[in-house]
Design a protein around this ligand. Structure first.
Ligand code: IFM
Length: 472
């Protein structure tokens, strides 16, 4: 293993600023399990994953990585890798099982322990308030297509930051609203599994409103000084050719996937191309006076989740966007996504040039493979090392071009429940044997530890030497 890692390509860590944060990310429903414990109520993902045929192999998050019970082990792994920052999400269905009213004290206690464990290990938390596990009761009441859900979310956000904001200074309101709205309410491939484009458009606008209302409500709460951002999935969209119809098709995909969620918070409007697509599905009539001001309430940083490049062709047979796409060559992950590092550089440069001068964090980027243990029990994920080497290098290129990239959270710290794909694709730096819940640091985790140590030699946040934690 050591030989393999030392033969692997190494990052030029001098290209990253001294204060650069080396992190990894997870999300509650993907790792916690314990869905019936601690006063948690069902979320839309519990309902969806238990619906026949909804996920690959009928997989659910019922147990997942059992992180709810094994969080100390997992934080020790994070520490051992040398992570300086860890992005996690808190579960709305755990913290506020009824979708309104006071928070659940057992859940507060759990997350206070978890955040306290990070503090002990000198790891800076970035906490996401909504990574897709809305209480089912709110979906029954209308879900994201109902405006009231945005108001419920703002209340939950404020109560949560009031309860935990002394332990975490960096908060992310909503993760990837494109997935929640269009996968959840139009494609039906994510919870709640609806197939109604009008509902998806309403969900998209209300997720944007939810973000803005949450920023305001947090600022009125007990910890107004916390730093706040939203994490969008930003895809590098390119036209398959220089033909006019392909370029127009790419613009429509870009409008749907990127502009609908990037323009309102930073530019304060929906661009004409978004209105052209969605006014006939009710967008204009959903926008109430003051909404765009609310959505563009100032924030402190931008979360960029990025995975791949899409190559788009005009496709008149597609009734939604008149477009079809392939994933860019040359290499691909187990999900068929391209491994094309310049796509990360492209989106980082684009966000800073076209949308905002706020600091950027790569809040997710990573690659799935069908990792397996070898005869010695090791997981030699050379492809993932190649991916990380390329994508971190692309972040360095963006930094060299003047983009203020402050950190990078590898998706993911652990193999986990990959939503509709269940457990069939592994994104982790850490291999999970789901039968035994054994954790094995993959070669990529060991490679990452070396890069972090080469860059910094010591942690950037807290004082690890005095933490009292002595990991194995
Ligand atoms: O696993 C997901 C994560 O929850 C959100 N962003 C994309 C990842 C990989 O699909």
């Amino acid at each position: 293993m050591t030989d393999i890692i030392s033969a692997a390509p190494q990052l030029d860590t001098a290209l990253f600023p001294d204060s650069f944060l080396w992190g990894a990310a997870t999300a509650a429903y993907q790792i916690e399990g314990a869905v019936d414990e601690g006063g948690r109520a069902p979320s839309i993902w519990d309902t969806f994953s238990h619906s026949p045929g909804a996920t690959r192999n009928g997989d659910t998050g019922d147990v997942a990585c059992d992180h709810y019970h094994r969080w100390k082990t997992d934080l020790d792994i994070a520490y051992d890798i040398g992570l300086q920052a860890y992005r996690l999400s808190v579960s709305w269905a755990r913290l506020q099982p009824d979708g309104e009213g006071p928070l659940n004290p057992e859940a507060i206690d759990f997350y206070r322990q978890l955040l306290g464990g990070l503090a002990e290990r000198g790891i800076r938390p970035f906490v996401t308030l909504y990574h897709w596990d809305m209480p089912q009761v709110l979906e029954v009441a209308g879900g994201w297509p109902a405006r009231r859900t945005a108001e419920r979310f703002a209340d939950y956000a404020r109560l949560t930051v009031d309860a935990l904001g002394d332990l975490a200074e960096d908060w992310i309101t909503v993760n990837e609203p494109w997935c929640s709205s269009f996968n959840g309410y139009h494609a039906g491939t994510h919870a709640p599994g609806r197939r109604d484009l009008g509902a998806a458009v309403a969900a998209a606008h209300h997720l944007n409103v939810a973000h803005g209302l949450a920023v305001r409500s947090i600022r009125e709460g007990a910890h107004p000084q916390v730093r706040i951002g939203v994490a969008n999935l930003i895809t590098d969209v390119v036209a398959a050719s220089d033909r006019h119809d392909d370029i127009e098709a790419a613009a429509r995909i870009d409008a749907n996937n990127n502009l609908m969620f990037l323009a309102p918070p930073y530019l304060g409007h929906y661009p004409a191309v978004v209105h052209d697509l969605y006014d006939r599905y009710g967008l204009e009539s959903l926008i109430q006076p003051g909404d765009l001001k609310t959505i563009s309430t100032p924030t402190d940083f931008v979360g960029v989740n990025h995975y791949h490049q899409m190559v788009v062709s005009s496709d008149p047979s597609d009734p939604h966007l008149g477009a079809s796409f392939t994933h860019a060559e040359p290499a691909s992950t187990s999900l068929g996504w391209s491994i094309k590092p310049e796509s990360l550089r492209n989106v980082l440069c684009r966000v800073s040039q076209e949308f905002t001068e706020l600091p950027l964090y790569v809040t997710e980027s990573g690659a799935s493979f069908h990792d397996e243990t070898d005869h010695e029990g090791n997981v030699i994920d050379i492809e993932r090392i190649g991916y990380l080497h390329g994508y971190f290098g692309a972040a360095a290129e963006a930094i060299a071009a003047g983009v203020d990239v402050r950190g990078y959270f590898v998706w993911s710290l652990l193999d986990n429940f990959e939503w509709g794909e269940g457990y069939s694709h592994r994104f982790g730096l850490t291999y999970i044997d789901y039968e035994t819940q054994t954790r094995i640091q993959k070669a990529s985790a060991k490679w990452y530890r070396i890069q972090i140590a080469r860059h910094s030699g010591q942690p950037k946040y807290g004082d690890r030497a005095n933490s009292g934690i002595v990991p194995q």
